[in-house]
Every structure is written in structure tokens, then in C-alpha cells.
Design a protein around this ligand. Structure first.
Ligand code: ATP
Length: 417
């Protein structure tokens, strides 16, 4: 039988071998499953290793943590463990399980099962394959539902007709994998998916859970084709019943995000998904946005970003003014969430606004005063609002380059005092 694990990254292969050897030692069967198997067949990089075992997860994870010098986290309640390795590799270990759904959109009831059960509980055939990693079957593909054939033909196919009813978040997953791999949702699967949307099955899932999948879509390299496809399928209902996405706007924002990501000053940011979300909800009213944020349980700073959209058009208007002082730009931007600043930068093609924001982001926001409250106390000022105002005043002068050194800061403090 063919060994599919010969051509993978060497470091990765070593880790898989060690897990296999330890499983052999503990007389357990272990398999890699899901996305990683799909990506090995597609020859794509993937550093998330999902392992299912026929045996005791905790015992295996404990000895692997030592062997691989990894940090292990145990989730007793789910009988799973995660190992985080130094080289950004993540290993999830779980016992083979069988899942059933009491009603559409509910969390599954889980019980011990066979490898077949574990593969059958998965979303699509391309994600329902396993590979043996024990000595006797190392690298052998276990493909019970023709996943390999579906990969070859670029098909996203569910494993059974109740799939979208059981878990409507799979609607988003189908679109995401279809767009990521340039596959197509197979005909019968597509009709089941459309039926699920028509019957508003997405309402059966808690909005938070649904949003987790939507966020993954926004984290894809090119979210716009995902959004276009979802729009075509009428899949935006969950955001807001009357919601109409403006894809031209999102696409314009996307084009600028692409350019921004190539600039060293923005390269390491990871808030881009939020910038897409801002572009998507920008046409909702303030109240609708607030309602949406609450519904999907956005984190505090994310909800704040949504609220700050309110200020964007006024700031853009101001940015059209010639010769804004650097301190004036700083005052407008410094209380904004990072994602809102990026959105402002990405929503316009206007050069001057780009320059204003770039200069703020790369230089001005990092400027610090050399003097502190202690220095002001020495010239006779007491702690309090007045001192705060004076420090701000000196800071703005520094931003505007009227002063640079500590001496100049002190001199100005004395003058102002
Ligand atoms: P990605 O490359 O985006 O991480 P992935 O396939 O690894 O893709 P995960 O969300 O990490 O996606 O899920 C890992 C595996 O768990 C999937 O490959 C699939 O087998 C299974 N899975 C995840 N979500 C579901 C779901 N909603 N229903 C059924 N199976 C799922």
C-alpha cells in the first residue's frame, strides 16, 4: 500500500513518527485525520495535526508531551488534549467518537465509537479521511467515503443528506472550502445546502457558533469570493434579516488591504478579518451594528470598533483638508481601535489620507515624551488635570516637531507654566 507520508516536511514527519512509535508502545491505534490528510493529498502546508486514537488520550498525551517537549493542555470534559510544540505545530488528540444530534443546530451528543464513526461524523468527504501512523500501516490512506476521488474532481460533498440539518455551520464551511481550493459544491450537496438556507436552518445554531465559522471565512486569503458565493446563495440572512452586502465596497477595501499587507509597517498585523467585517457592516445603522455585535458576542474591543465606524466619515472629510497638523491627525486617530484605523486606510484610494495614516502608524503613534510628571513637579506643578493637560500640550508640540530634545521639552514646560 502506498505511503502518503514520504514527501511531507521532515520536521513534521519526525513528529508524526514519534507519535506513531509511542502509540505502538502503548498498544494503541493512532491516525491523522481531517484537514491535515486533505492537505497532504493536495500538497498544501498545514501545521494543525488532528490525531484520533483508539485508546486513552490522556495517557498518550502525557508521554508525548515529555517526548516532544511540548506543552500539554487537557480538556477532561471532552476527553481531548492539545500539545503545543515550539515550532508553531499544534497537535490535537482525541479518542475515536460517534456523534448524534438531538435537533438541528444543537451541539452533538458524543460517545465512544469506531474509526468509521469518527470519519462519518465529519462535514465533507474531503475532510473525512484518515492515515495510519502505527508501524504496521504508516502513511496508509483510509478513505471510506471516496474523499480522494472528490479531491481529484474538486468536489465538496456531504456524507449524508442530514448533514446541513444536523449542523448548519457546514453551509459556511462548504463555501469556504469550495472557494479556498477552487472546488465546487457537488450538485446534490448544493441542493441540500440551498434547502437548508431556504428553511432558515441557520437560525437553529447559536449566533456565536455561527459567527466563529463566518470569522474563519473572513480569515481566508481572499474573503471576497467567499462572500460573493454566500451572497449568491442568500446566506447572509444570519447577519441581519434585511442585510444587503455591498460587495463592491468590500472588494475595494480588499484591494487596498492587499497593498497594505505588503508594506512592512502593516505586515505583522492580524486584525484583517475585522477590517473586512467593518466593510461588511458599514451600511448597517448604528443600532443594527450594536444589535449584531451583541448577538454574536463580539469581544469588547471588537464591539468598540463597530461603534467607532460612526466617526469614520467625519475623519475622512477632515483628511481631505490640506496641511493638517500631525498632532491634529494624532488626536483623530489615537483613540480608534487598530482595525478601524486600517479600515480608514483601506476604504479610500486618496493618497493624502494614506500618507496621513501611514505617518501616524509608523512614526507618530510611537513618539514618547522624554520628560515625565516628576520633571513637572520639579518646576512647581502639582499632580492633577492641569499637569495632564500640560503634558499633552508638550506632546503635541513634539509630534509637530516644534521641539525634540528633553531640554526643549523642559523649556516649553517652563514657558507654559
Ligand atoms: P482549516 O484548514 O481551515 O483549519 P480544517 O479542515 O482543518 O480546515 P477545522 O475547522 O480545523 O478545519 O476542523 C478539523 C476537522 O474537523 C475537519 O477537517 C473536519 O473533519 C472536522 N470538522 C470541523 N468542523 C466540523 C463540522 N462543523 N462538522 C463536521 N466535521 C467538522
Amino acid at each position: 500500500m502506498k505511503n502518503y507520508l514520504v514527501n511531507i516536511d521532515k520536521r513534521f514527519l519526525d513528529v508524526i513518527k514519534k507519535i506513531g512509535q509511542e502509540s505502538d508502545r502503548q498498544k494503541m491505534s493512532a491516525y491523522i485525520v481531517g484537514g491535515i490528510v486533505r492537505d497532504i493529498l493536495l500538497k498544501k502546508k498545514n501545521y494543525d495535526l488532528d490525531i484520533v486514537i483508539e485508546g486513552n488520550v490522556k495517557k498518550l498525551a502525557q508521554s508525548l508531551a515529555k517526548k516532544l517537549k511540548a506543552k500539554a493542555i487537557f480538556y477532561e470534559q471532552f476527553g481531548t488534549a492539545t500539545l503545543n510544540l515550539e515550532n508553531k505545530l499544534r497537535i490535537d488528540l482525541v479518542t475515536v467518537r460517534k456523534e448524534s444530534y438531538a435537533r438541528s443546530g444543537a451541539l452533538p451528543n458524543v460517545k465512544l465509537g469506531t474509526l468509521r464513526d469518527d470519519l462519518f461524523r465529519r462535514d465533507f468527504t474531503i475532510n473525512a479521511m484518515a492515515m495510519g501512523i502505527n508501524h504496521s500501516n504508516f502513511g496508509h490512506l483510509i478513505d471510506l467515503f471516496n474523499g480522494k476521488e472528490d479531491i481529484r474532481h474538486g468536489k465538496i460533498r456531504v456524507l449524508h443528506d442530514k448533514s446541513f440539518i444536523d449542523d448548519p455551520t457546514r453551509i459556511l464551511r462548504a463555501v469556504r472550502f469550495e472557494q479556498r481550493f477552487q472546488f465546487h459544491i457537488e450538485r446534490h450537496t448544493l441542493s441540500l445546502l440551498k434547502k437548508a438556507i431556504k428553511n432558515k436552518l441557520t437560525d437553529n445554531v447559536t449566533p456565536t457558533r455561527y459567527f466563529v465559522e463566518f470569522k474563519k471565512m473572513l480569515c481566508e486569503k481572499s474573503p471576497v469570493p467567499n462572500l460573493r458565493r454566500l451572497k449568491g446563495l442568500g446566506g447572509f440572512y444570519f447577519l441581519h434579516p434585511q442585510f444587503k452586502i455591498n460587495l463592491r465596497h468590500v472588494n475595494a477595501v480588499h484591494q487596498n488591504i492587499q497593498k497594505m499587507r505588503r508594506k512592512s509597517m502593516y505586515k505583522d498585523q492580524n486584525q484583517w478579518w475585522m477590517v473586512y467585517l467593518l466593510a461588511i457592516v458599514t451600511h448597517l445603522s448604528g443600532d443594527q451594528r450594536k444589535g449584531f455585535g451583541k448577538k454574536v458576542h463580539l469581544r469588547r474591543e471588537e464591539a468598540k470598533s463597530l461603534a467607532q465606524l460612526e466617526d469614520c466619515s467625519e475623519i475622512m472629510k477632515q483628511f481631505l483638508r490640506k496641511s493638517l497638523k500631525r498632532s491634529e491627525i494624532l488626536k483623530m486617530l489615537h483613540s480608534l481601535e487598530e482595525s478601524v484605523i486600517f479600515y480608514l486606510r483601506a476604504k479610500t484610494n486618496q493618497q493624502q489620507s494614506h500618507q496621513y495614516i501611514d505617518r501616524y502608524w509608523s512614526v507618530d503613534k510611537n513618539v514618547q515624551l522624554s520628560i515625565s510628571g516628576e520633571d513637572l513637579k520639579q518646576i512647581g506643578l502639582h499632580e492633577g488635570k492641569k499637569m495632564g493637560r500640560m503634558l499633552n500640550e508638550i506632546y503635541y508640540h513634539k509630534i509637530d516637531k516644534h521641539i525634540q530634545t528633553k531640554q526643549e521639552e523642559l523649556k516649553l514646560a517652563k514657558q507654559l507654566y
